[in-house]
Design a protein around this ligand. Structure first.
Ligand SMILES: [Zn+2]
Length: 415
């Protein structure tokens, strides 16, 4: 097949470039998979380009979800994650991948796969162009110590440093990009307390040493104060939740802010507390097991982390009945409404920091020359109203790698 060059010129757009600069009017030229020019485009270089008339709409980077589960199946029955047959489960994961990119997400960090190879297979199929989806860093089953599974049937167990080494090696053999340690409980389980820490220092150290030896990162479900400190002490790269971070943990996070990422998964707490009633978990029940207290303490801690410049990323553990796939951008609203981010800061967290957590800060997450063309053309100004990113109808164009995943031009009569 001949290699065809493909140029696309976005003309007369508001450029939200994720450098922190205010949006400015201009044009953006995409040449094959890369952004070639931003702001002023030399007409000669745009010759032969397909032109998209922007009419002032916002052009921005695709979004990143730092805590993704393709395999969470929108169910209220958590145990069903373990019992769902692998064939149906793969189909669901493929649909989730499509839902992410349909929602404007071009970068996702896998935070555990309900069956060993589902994440890896989806990642490889996306990369091969066989199925639509975001750029994906795949995970495996979460690793817990005996008795520490949050959901039945989706966990691998390891006790003591020796078994940690071996389990991490098995996960690397599957082909994962990162390892998930499930270090604390979670109140909805009814038996595992969020503030209980299951892992020993030796176990965390062994898992991280083994993973890092092979260039694989480690992420952790870490709600308790002690688990957050353990993560920092032993170099866990991505800390999920961090709800009960104490003063000492806060100082440790601040000292580690050059390398550590925190992704609180804040929508899980909000929705589990306020929106799970019709799925059999009313607010009184959520409050009784401590979700209200956890949300209050977590909110205060996360606001402090933001003040101290610790890298906080959206990504909300989506894929339960009350946090269904496709509603991912609610996290950005929570960052603004609850955590005190400006809309610009929330967007930088979901884009520029997304490029960092994907380990490609020089080519993902910004609208800059030389970056990969992962772009959204949004109807409206997300800085004026961050919630418009939740409305898929306002994501008129979605591009990944210079190719349109979606291109919808509303009829002129409605414009
Ligand atoms: Zn999760």
């Amino acid at each position: 097949m001949p290699v065809t060059t493909q140029k696309i010129l976005f003309r007369n757009i508001s450029i939200l470039d994720s450098t922190g600069a205010d949006p400015y009017p201009g044009d953006v030229l995409v040449d094959n998979d890369r952004i070639a020019a931003v702001g002023t485009v030399d007409p000669a270089s745009a010759e032969g380009a397909r032109v998209i008339g922007g009419r002032g709409r916002t052009l921005m980077s695709g979004l990143c979800d730092a805590h993704t589960h393709f395999t969470w199946n929108n169910s209220a029955d958590l145990d069903g994650l373990g019992t769902l047959p692998v064939e149906e489960h793969l189909l669901f994961a493929i649909e989730s991948a499509k839902t992410y990119i349909d929602s404007g997400y071009t970068m996702c960090v896998g935070a555990a796969s309900a069956k060993p190879r589902l994440d890896v297979v989806c990642r490889d199929a996306i990369n091969a162009g066989r199925i639509p989806g975001p750029r994906y860093l795949a995970n495996g089953p979460e690793v817990a110590v005996t008795g520490g599974a949050l959901v039945k049937g989706i966990t691998w167990f390891a006790d003591g440093p020796e078994e940690m080494h071996k389990t991490v090696r098995k996960l690397i053999e599957i082909g994962v990009d990162q390892i998930k340690l499930s270090m604390t409980g979670e109140e909805i389980t009814g038996t595992q307390r969020a503030e209980d820490t299951h892992f020993s220092d030796e176990e965390v150290a062994a898992a991280v040493t083994e993973a890092h030896r092979r260039g694989i990162r480690v992420c952790a479900h870490a709600r308790s104060a002690e688990s957050v400190k353990m993560c920092v002490r032993h170099g866990v790269d991505i800390i999920y939740h961090a709800s009960f971070t104490d003063a000492e943990g806060m100082d440790m996070l601040e000292a580690a802010k050059d390398w550590v990422f925190v992704a609180p998964g804040i929508n899980w707490l909000v929705a589990t507390l306020y929106e799970a009633e019709s799925f059999g978990f009313p607010q009184e029940a959520a409050e009784a097991v401590g979700y209200k207290k956890e949300l209050e303490i977590a909110t205060e801690g996360l606001r402090e982390m933001h003040r101290r410049g610790i890298k906080l990323l959206p990504g909300g553990d989506y894929g339960f009945a009350w946090t269904p796939h496709g509603t991912y951008a609610r996290d950005l609203e929570h960052f603004v409404e609850r955590l005190g981010f400006t809309p610009m800061e929330a967007i930088l967290s979901a884009t520029a920091l997304g490029g960092e957590i994907m380990l490609r800060p020089d080519e993902l997450g910004k609208v800059q020359p030389g970056y990969l063309a992962d772009l959204l053309l949004v109807d409206g100004d997300p800085l004026a109203d961050i919630t418009i990113l939740q409305d898929h109808d306002r994501l008129h164009y979605i591009m990944k790698d210079g190719r349109f995943h979606k291109e919808t031009e509303p009829a002129p009569a409605q414009a």
